[in-house]
Design a protein. Structure first.
Lengths: 118, 569, 301
């Protein structure tokens, strides 16, 4: 199983060491992210959680999904998805925060109460 | 009757092919069509399907325009519609036209047929996915038929909340599901075209040797893949909100209706570029061929297609200036909207320059292309008034908007669709149509279209709101002109339909290359054999019209035997 | 590489005049001697196995792009809601069981490993390994759904559904012990009432009707975190995100079952393993989504 040069005509073969190594790293990072919950760093907590998730995602994308070995175009295609999702979320979020005051002012006068049974 | 076709340089493309090889005839029976994997047959089925949808959507439009010939009387009674029914007419007109007709039209009906042949390929990358695209279109259409039978739709094709999530009593959920399924049909077409263009180009055909029709389809495919899924999730969330009262979009439940609009327009603005890019791509082909001249500014036109596709994602908030969107976001969107006008203008200038000092042939495709230039220019320029935040506050939700988008969608996309249909009709069906009635039809349609929509700019800027069942007397003259125009347009389109059907029954046999174009689809017979090409055709500059010469015997163009390709551009 | 055109398996017409453009008349990798007849593993409209594989790969990546954008709508709703109502999320997430969420994370990560390994087996003609890996992936997928079922049923048992089905009939109340900084995990009102012998007019809590039980809960509220009225929307988002993800897991199960059947029939080998690769890529995406969902929903503090 630890042959030096496994080969396939059509595409790159992932070595066992890489697969197991990445899996180990992923488990470690999962433990880390759960442990981080018990350390209170205020607003930083969510960014740390997202950061660890991103490292895990990169490991999966680069090694399990072969992006590290494929032609770069596939990776560019995937990046495009993330860029456009990011564009969408960030502008919508920006706008929501900007008009939040209008909504809050209105709610101060007319509080929200969800009717029973609705 | 030669059974081999070679495309060795110097060989004239034979006009005769064993009938059994013709894609229309190589297998018979309903199932051979319903389960075909041949992109050409799928294209033809799509053509019939989208034209049927166009007819249905058009009927709703005529109902609207007829009702609006007179305002409601003093008791609020209309001619033959109630206000509720009126709301249904415009909602169904919009939804059917957008989702069942315009978005699939050029890519699915013409693109499916022409793209592989233009590439010299045997089929698209995923023929089964292609067939599934068509099946999904049919399922989506069935959902809309269900809507018609179950109370219609009165939310507008835009499904704004909270009306669509809480108040409307019409068949909103089936309509949302239908649009959702149609979205997947569109996505699969986009994936197919993207992969085909990346992986199945023949030797010698680099990206910058692709015909511009394919550049347009490529840019469209990028938008289909990136934008349509967001519509999918939006519609799904609305279904769930309406059915279970989740509360993301409904203010009574703590939700945000402006958020719905952000979700909806993030797709629907790029969607309008899905509608226009393939149309512009057709115009590039037609103008070059019918000016007998190499397209001017090939790289600019190619890159502008990509630019439009990308910039189109940055401007969706210009539909929301009056919605409650923050002034900051509105300002950003207004500024970015101006950027999208630039690549479109670049294209128009390049088309005009192509025509300059060309030998213009006024065939039917060219008449439509010229009509396109005029109508799209008006539509595009009036978009600037709407993209400018200050003027849009006044014009939003008036007939000015209605006129603008009909000029670009009908004057733009439909005119380009007709140009393409006339251009490739001989290739697809092997028949020539009568030029005279084609041109008469196009002129009547042109007059009718302008009569319908030009007056609407005036009444819109004077304050006539859109989607209204009635109006004040000062607008009556505009409405009446508009309605007369609508019926004139109908007559023009009927002439077109008659012209095309007649060609199938009585038209002359079409040569391989009736118009003298240098793109590869004209290197096979008309109609093509089911395998497209026996040997891969030779790739060259797709706009080097010196490659072909007129042959009076076949009444078409043939490859010049002594052709030497000029230095590549 | 992606912009250079593929060489045709069928000999192209000999070039006339200029323009060799670096094309070779004969096929490159993977095209050994295919000129007259076609490799049975390659569809008729492709020239070589490589071209077919590359096309399928790009196709599945384009599909994954659509999946990312599909989920982005829910991520957007989550981001906005959490940004504008952080206290709702902080409160409501206590209802979620972090242990079960972490278990599911590990299960999915392991299934990603087995899916990637399955591709490797197919590439190396290891049929037994392929079948084993596909089966393990399926097992994990079922395991994930099983844990999900447990989680959902706990919530539904407490009356926590989504939208109009959000009718908690035995609400939990949460508080923080500020001194030690520990979180008191949710305690049922019934529990607290039993401890403190709460009741109305001598009737103990357990024997009260619903109205009475809520009255007791209201009495306790000032001591514990008040339930914000938008908790219901939190659960809408929770069920929406995990539900849509679950639907994709089910889709993955169907695909892997189909793959397993084909693998048992010996249809995959070193010259043809595209479907295994593409399905594994889909499955990795399902895993990727969960990698983000887990901290976003279960680890809010």
């Amino acid at each position: 199983m630890s042959t030096a040069h496994e080969h396939n005509d059509i595409s790159h073969v992932a070595p066992v060491k890489v697969l197991l190594g990445v899996f180990g790293a992923l488990i470690f990072l999962t433990v880390l992210t759960v442990a981080a919950v018990f350390v209170d760093l205020g607003p930083l907590n969510i960014w740390i959680a997202m950061g660890i998730a991103t490292v895990k995602a990169l490991l999966v994308a680069l090694f399990f999904m072969h992006l590290a070995y494929d032609r770069p175009f596939n990776g560019i295609v995937f990046m495009a998805a993330l860029v456009f999702s990011g564009l969408f979320v960030s502008i919508a979020l920006l706008d929501s925060r900007e008009y939040k005051k209008n909504v809050d002012d209105f709610r101060a006068v007319t509080p929200l109460s969800i009717p029973a049974g609705k | 009757m030669s059974t081999t076709t070679t495309t060795a340089p110097g060989a004239l493309t034979p006009a005769v092919q064993p009938e059994s090889d013709n894609y229309l005839k190589n297998s018979t029976g309903l199932l051979s069509w319903a389960m075909t994997l041949d992109h050409k047959r799928i294209g033809v089925m799509y053509l019939v399907a989208v034209l049927a949808a166009f007819f249905l959507g058009g009927m709703f439009a005529l109902a609207l325009r007829t009702e609006l010939f007179f305002p409601a009387d003093s008791t609020g009674q209309g001619l033959f519609l109630t206000p509720d029914l009126y709301n249904q007419m415009f909602s169904l007109h919009g939804a059917i036209m957008v989702f069942l007709f315009i978005i699939p039209s050029i890519p699915a009906a013409l693109g499916n047929f022409i793209l592989p042949v233009m590439l010299g390929a045997k089929d698209v990358a995923f023929p089964r996915l292609n067939l599934w695209s068509f099946y999904l279109w049919c399922v989506g259409a069935v959902f809309f038929l269900v809507v018609l039978m179950q109370g219609g739709l009165d939310t507008g094709w835009t499904f704004y909340t909270p009306y669509s999530s809480t108040k409307s009593l019409t068949a909103v959920v089936p309509a949302l599901m239908g649009a959702f399924i149609l979205g997947f049909s569109s996505i699969f077409t986009g994936i197919n075209f993207l992969v085909t263009l990346h992986k199945m180009r023949p030797p010698g055909m680099t990206f910058f040797r692709l015909p511009l029709f394919l550049w347009g389809l490529y840019a469209t495919a990028v938008i289909q893949v990136l934008a349509t899924p967001v519509l999918g999730i939006t519609l799904l969330m609305l279904v769930v909100e309406r059915s279970f009262g989740i509360g993301i979009f409904d203010p009574a439940l703590g939700g945000d209706p402006v958020l719905f609009q952000h979700f909806f327009w993030f797709y629907s603005h790029p969607a309008v570029y899905i509608m226009i890019l393939p149309g512009m791509a057709i115009i590039s082909e037609v103008i070059s061929t019918f000016s007998r001249k190499h397209i001017f500014g090939y790289r600019f036109i190619a890159c502008s297609s990509i630019a439009i596709a990308l910039f189109g994602f940055f401007v969706w908030g210009h539909h929301m200036f009056t919605s409650g969107q923050s002034p900051l976001a509105s300002t950003i969107f207004s500024a970015l909207t101006f950027s999208v006008a630039v690549p479109s203008a670049i294209k128009v200038f390049n088309w005009l320059t192509t025509m300059y000092k060309g030998n213009i042939v006024l065939g039917a495709p060219m008449i439509y292309a010229l009509g396109f230039l005029f109508l799209f220019a008006i539509g595009g320029l009036t978009g600037l008034f709407l993209g400018t935040m200050g003027t849009d506050i006044h014009l939003h939700d008036t007939y000015f908007v209605v006129a603008h988008f009909h000029y670009v969608m009908v004057g733009g996309t439909l005119w380009a669709f007709l140009a393409g249909l006339y251009y490739w009709w001989p290739k697809m069906f092997g028949k020539m149509y009568s030029e005279r009635s084609a041109i008469v039809g196009s002129i009547v349609a042109f007059i009718g279209f302008n009569l319908t929509f030009f007056p609407q700019f005036f009444m819109g800027s004077q304050g006539m709101p859109r989607r209204y069942f009635t109006y004040v007397p000062e607008f009556q003259i505009y409405h009446q002109l508009s309605t007369i125009g609508a019926y004139t347009l109908l007559v023009g389109l009927l002439i077109v339909a008659y012209n095309l059907v007649q060609s199938l029954l009585k038209g002359e046999r079409a040569p391989s290359n009736p118009w003298g174009s240098a793109t590869l689809e004209w290197q096979c017979t008309s109609p093509p054999p089911y395998y497209n090409f026996k040997d891969s055709p030779e790739v060259g500059d797709p706009y080097d019209l010196d490659r072909v010469q007129w042959d009076p015997k076949t009444k078409g163009y043939v490859n010049r035997p002594d052709y030497v390709p000029s230095a590549s551009h | 590489m992606s912009t250079t055109p593929h060489t045709a398996g069928v000999a192209a017409a000999p070039p006339h005049g200029a323009h060799a453009h670096g094309d070779h008349a004969h096929g490159g990798h993977g095209d050994h001697g295919d000129h007259g007849h076609h490799n049975p593993d390659v569809a008729h409209h492709f020239d070589t196995a490589n071209q077919q594989f590359d096309a399928g790969k790009l196709g599945i990546w384009a599909f994954l792009v659509t999946e990312v954008l599909f989920f982005s709508g829910l991520f957007c709703a989550y981001s906005i809601w959490r940004n504008l109502n952080p206290e709702v999320f902080l409160y409501a997430h206590h209802y979620l069981d972090t242990t079960l969420g972490a278990t599911n994370t590990v299960v999915l990560l392991f299934s990603s490993l087995t899916a990637a390994w399955a591709v490797r087996c197919a590439q190396l003609n290891q049929k037994k390994g392929l079948v084993l890996c596909l089966s393990l992936t399926l097992l994990c997928a079922f395991g994930f759904l099983g844990v999900k079922y447990v989680e959902y049923s706990h919530k539904l048992h407490d009356g926590i559904g989504w939208g109009t089905a959000y009718q908690p009939h035995n609400p939990k109340l949460f508080s923080e012990l500020t001194a030690s900084g520990h979180y008191l995990n949710g305690r049922y009102v019934s529990e607290i009432a039993a401890e403190r012998n709460l009741g109305i007019d001598g009737v103990p809590y357990a024997e009260l009707d619903n109205a009475g039980k809520f009255q007791i809960a209201e009495q306790l509220r000032p001591e514990f975190l008040p339930e914000p009225v938008k908790v219901r929307t939190f659960f809408g988002i929770y069920y929406g995100m995990t539900g849509l993800h679950g639907v994709h897991v089910v889709g993955g199960i169907l695909v892997f079952l189909w793959l397993l059947v084909r693998a048992l029939k010996g249809q995959f080998h070193a010259g043809y393993f595209g479907p295994v690769d593409y399905a594994a890529l889909y499955w990795h995406l399902v895993d990727l989504v969960w990698i983000y969902l887990f901290p976003m929903l279960y680890l809010i503090h």
